[in-house]
Write a protein that binds this ligand. Structure first.
Ligand code: 5GP
Ligand code: ZN
Length: 123
């Protein structure tokens, strides 16, 4: 698992946040500014700046991270949902610690923004 960074908001949240789900190496929290009826962020405890550096997780950690995304969605009661990662500022990334958005909980797809809409809303 990559190392934590002292000066990073999501490293701090991974240590002491209000979790909706937690397992070894990973936490999930509610997004402070939800873009869908349910909007959860999955955050690995180890710090990498972006998804581009996902190779810093070993094969087992990467598999666990994906499983943890699916487990978190199930735990918050979602069967249908969108998973998205913004990679870089022009794609809407604002926090530079890898995180996975889980968006869902509406009655139909119109309540769950597309990746493009999410990126544009962040600008
Ligand atoms: P990004 O734009 O980098 O893909 O996603 C960052 C997300 O983190 C945004 O949806 C934003 O609302 C959320 N966020 C930023 N700061 C905090 C915080 O302090 N607590 C929580 N729970 N969410 C945050
Ligand atoms: Zn971090």
């Amino acid at each position: 698992m990559p190392k934590q960074r002292e000066d990073c908001l999501f490293c701090q949240i991974a240590r002491e946040g209000a979790y909706v789900h937690k397992a070894k190496g990973f936490v999930a929290i509610n997004d402070i500014n939800p873009q869908a009826p349910v909007h959860v962020l999955v955050i690995p405890e180890g710090h990498v700046d972006t998804f581009r550096a996902v190779g810093e997780f070993d094969a087992k950690e990467s598999k666990r991270m994906l499983e943890f995304v699916a487990e978190t969605a199930e735990k918050v009661g979602l069967t249908d949902y969108r998973v998205l990662v913004n990679v870089g500022p022009t794609a809407g990334q604002t926090v530079f610690h890898l995180h996975w958005h889980i968006l869902g909980g509406g009655n139909d797809a119109s309540e769950v923004p597309s990746a493009v809409a999410t990126a544009e809303a962040e600008r």
